[in-house]
Design a protein around this ligand. Structure first.
Ligand code: HGY
Ligand code: MN
Ligand code: MN
Length: 399
């Protein structure tokens, strides 16, 4: 099964025919179909399929002598953001299977296990915490908090993983699996315009986080309620959106309000409550923290005259990730000195780098667009990514 044949198999799964965007939320039918595809590809190659307690999967190519430790793990994620692109996540997984095929065709016999990982809920699109699967694996989130996370329909993570056949009380760090992995190298589509060559290597992931703003007012009739009698949470919310842009400009960061929930969300009803999420990222922790503080302050000032309350909760935060220098330089030397660049996007590699040496390969995206249907990588660059990943795996999996 060639790269393009695998790609063609996955392409239609969870794709919105009208927009071309993907809706592959963790443990929903399209993502379950992607998981089944992953297991089929592993079986097709005689790879050992491992499930950790958190819904993460690893397809293993073991050495002939049965070695199980010192593994080189690659892979990425299968889930998407709402209306996401085809490449964010799946490119790393399809490229990994294609790289294993290439090494086998060349008669390579790895001295170390090579694993292809598929991490659960990397986008946090269903339960709100990004990289939830790798955070649980790495011990970077309290399993009790994870169990209680809920999706838009009120289903808890515990219920959903239970229905998927997992034990919700077994979620959490898998020290045995982590102990068998020597390093992790994730291939990912580049999500900006910085890469002008087919393949690059990541230097860092900038600090980034997600915050939830809850505005509580008083629901009422849109037609019979005079302006002085209103406690409309939509107004301080509107200020918060503008304040986010202005704070980002002041602090040299980026801030996005991309998701909002209005209760009861009726055309002729003054909302009783508005919940909005802020995504803020930037080159330094203090700039990101200042951005959030300034948005919070602006929201509270705007809420006061409308007798609306404002609650702020940090849902996830990731400090700067500087990838392991030795591994980065080794990967770069294998690839012959490709560009090194930071990213503003979070990744499982960033989470795992707290527990083991991790590196990332980026594949050029000529559109520079991501988390949208226009996300793209040219066929020639996809294959350049496979060649690069194969060379890196071959190098790292030697004795
Ligand atoms: O949101 C991110 O940075 C990543 O795509 N999960
Ligand atoms: Mn993403
Ligand atoms: Mn991704």
């Amino acid at each position: 099964m060639s790269f393009e044949e695998m790609w063609a198999e996955l392409l239609p799964v969870g794709r919105d025919a009208a927009t071309g965007g993907y809706h592959r939320f963790a443990w929903t039918p399209p993502e379950l179909e992607c998981r089944a595809w992953f297991a089929d590809e592993a079986r097709r190659r005689g790879l050992g399929l491992e499930h950790d307690p958190n819904g993460n999967m690893v397809a293993w190519w073991y050495p002939e002598d049965g070695t199980r430790t010192g593994a080189v793990l690659t892979g990425s994620h299968l889930d998407s953001v709402p209306g996401g692109g085809a490449f964010d996540g799946p490119l790393g997984i399809v490229s990994a299977f294609a790289a294993v095929d290439l090494l086998r065709e060349r008669g390579v016999r790895p001295a170390r296990p090579i694993g292809i990982g598929a991490f659960a809920e990397e986008e946090g699109a269903r339960f709100g915490v990004a990289c939830l699967g790798s955070r649980l694996l790495a011990g970077a989130i309290d399993p009790a908090r994870a169990r209680g996370l809920t999706d838009a329909d009120g289903h808890t993570f515990a219920e959903v993983v239970h229905n998927a056949g997992l034990d919700p009380h077994a979620i959490g760090p898998d020290e045995d699996l982590l102990g068998r992995i020597a390093c992790y190298v994730e291939l990912h589509v580049e999500q900006g315009r910085a890469l002008e060559e087919p393949v690059g290597v990541a230097s860092a992931i900038v600090p980034h986080g997600r915050w939830r703003f809850d505005f509580a007012g008083e629901g009422n009739h849109a037609g019979t309620t005079g302006l002085p009698d209103r406690r409309d949470p939509m107004l301080p919310f509107a200020h918060m959106v503008i304040a986010a842009r202005e704070a980002a400009e002041r602090n040299g960061t980026v801030a996005t309000v991309g998701k909002v929930r209005v209760e009861p969300n009726g055309v002729n009803a003054i909302p009783s409550a508005v919940t909005a999420w802020l995504d803020a990222r930037g080159p330094a922790d203090d700039a990101v923290r200042r951005t959030v503080l300034e948005v919070d302050e602006a929201a509270r000032i705007a809420a006061r005259p409308h007798r609306v309350s404002v609650d702020l909760a940090e849902e996830s935060y990731t400090e700067i990730v500087d990838f392991n220098l030795a591994l980065r330089d080794r990967v770069r030397s294998v690839l012959g000195g490709v560009p090194v660049l930071p990213t503003g996007a979070g990744h499982d590699a960033g989470v795992l780098s707290a527990r083991l040496p991790a590196a990332m390969l980026f594949v050029r995206n000529p559109t520079g667009v991501s988390h949208a249907p226009e996300e793209f990588a040219e066929p020639a660059d996809r294959l350049a990514g496979v060649e690069a990943l194969a060379a890196v795996l071959d190098d790292l999996a030697r004795g």
